[in-house]
Every structure is written in C-alpha cells, then in structure tokens.
Ligand binder design. Sequence first.
Ligand code: NAP
Length: 182
Amino acid sequence: VSTCHVYIATSLDGYIARSDGGLDWLEGWPEVGHDYGYRAFVDGVDGIVMGRGTFEAVRDFNPWPYARPVVVASRTLTMADVPLALHRQVEVHAGQPRVILAAVAQRGWQRVYLDGGRLMQAFLREGLVEDLIITRLPILLGAGRALFGEVLQDVRLLHVETTAYASGFVQSRYRVPAGRRS
Ligand SMILES: NC(=O)c1ccc[n+]([C@@H]2O[C@H](COP(=O)([O-])OP(=O)(O)OC[C@H]3O[C@@H](n4cnc5c(N)ncnc54)[C@H](OP(=O)(O)O)[C@@H]3O)[C@@H](O)[C@H]2O)c1
C-alpha cells in the first residue's frame, strides 16, 4: 500500500498559483541557505503523482526538475502530450485516485509525493492523504488557484509541527487522521 504525502507552498490566503497558473510570487524572497526541507522530502518518496494542471506548469522545465518517476493524473492528456525526452520518467494515468495508487503500489512505490491542488483535494476526499507539509509565504494574492476547496464535512487535522523561518515563511506539518474523508 502506498501512502500519499503533500509538500506545497501557499500564499497566506491559501493559493498555490495565480489564476493563470503564475508562480512568480514564489520568487524574490530572502535567501536562507536551505531549501525548507524540500530535497529531504523528495529523497524520502518513491515517485510523484501530479495533477494535469501541475504537469502543464512544469512540462517545459529544462532541466527536468524531478529525480523521481512521475505519474500525471489526467483524463484528457495522453502520452502524445508528454515530450519524448520525458517518456522514460513520465506516464499519464486516467484512473481514479485509488486506481492510480494501486498501480504505483504494484511498482513498489511506498511513499508518494502528491502534487497539485485539485488532485490533492480528490485524494483527500477519498481519505488517501497521510500528511501535508504546507509552507505559507507572507503574501496575499487575493485570487488564484486554491490549495483547498469545498469539503462535504469538517476535516480535523492533527498538527505535528510548525517552523517559522527568518524569511517569514511558516512551515507546518499536519497529519490526516486515519480513514478521514472530507
Ligand atoms: N505553490 C506550489 O507549491 C504549487 C505546487 C504544485 C502546483 N502548483 C501550481 O498549481 C497549479 C495546478 O494546480 P491545480 O489545482 O490547478 O491542478 P492539479 O491538481 O495539478 O490538476 C488538476 C487536474 O488533474 C486531473 N485529475 C485527474 N484525476 C483527478 C481527480 N480525481 N480529481 C481532480 N482532478 C483530477 C484533471 O485533469 P484532466 O481534466 O486532464 O483529467 C484536473 O483538471 C499550477 O499552476 C501549478 O503551477 C503550485
């Protein structure tokens, strides 16, 4: 069985991207001499499952930033939408969250880095998210793509730890109690 782990940056008002997908607001902050635990987090996962929206934002990155295999969850993309140079690292999967997780578990993935807002919300609704590391940047965007959306019922999370950095970034880790669906 694979477990899903979220590592994501948000604005203080809860957005992960501008409405047009822009991520410029993530840049231009004081250098702190570390990466907020990102590398260690990635080293601890076997692969990444990302939403189509996230894939479209990173597809043309050169060099390709992920050192782990990537599964793109999409009912509309095919491998024809994946640059040829990425065919060894990236695969498109059209299944529901549980089907995707079963597929990657078969490959031996134990820990999955789950990336993207709407995709994460779908996994959360299914009770498939184990924990979330959320780094809040001290900026208000006013509008954009939200990390969280509507929930069918309250979702109580367990706060594990919070670190406040000199840059003003505040990073919190939350656990989703076992079996919780939103
Ligand atoms: N701030 C950060 O740390 C951070 C991190 C990651 C991403 N981002 C940004 O966030 C944006 C993408 O996030 P997003 O929330 O817009 O999109 P997303 O979650 O990355 O992708 C959503 C897409 O995933 C596909 N999908 C497959 N199965 C799904 C399911 N069960 N439920 C929902 N969607 C499913 C759908 O595409 P189909 O219609 O093709 O099926 C859906 O449109 C990008 O702009 C990216 O740059 C920011």
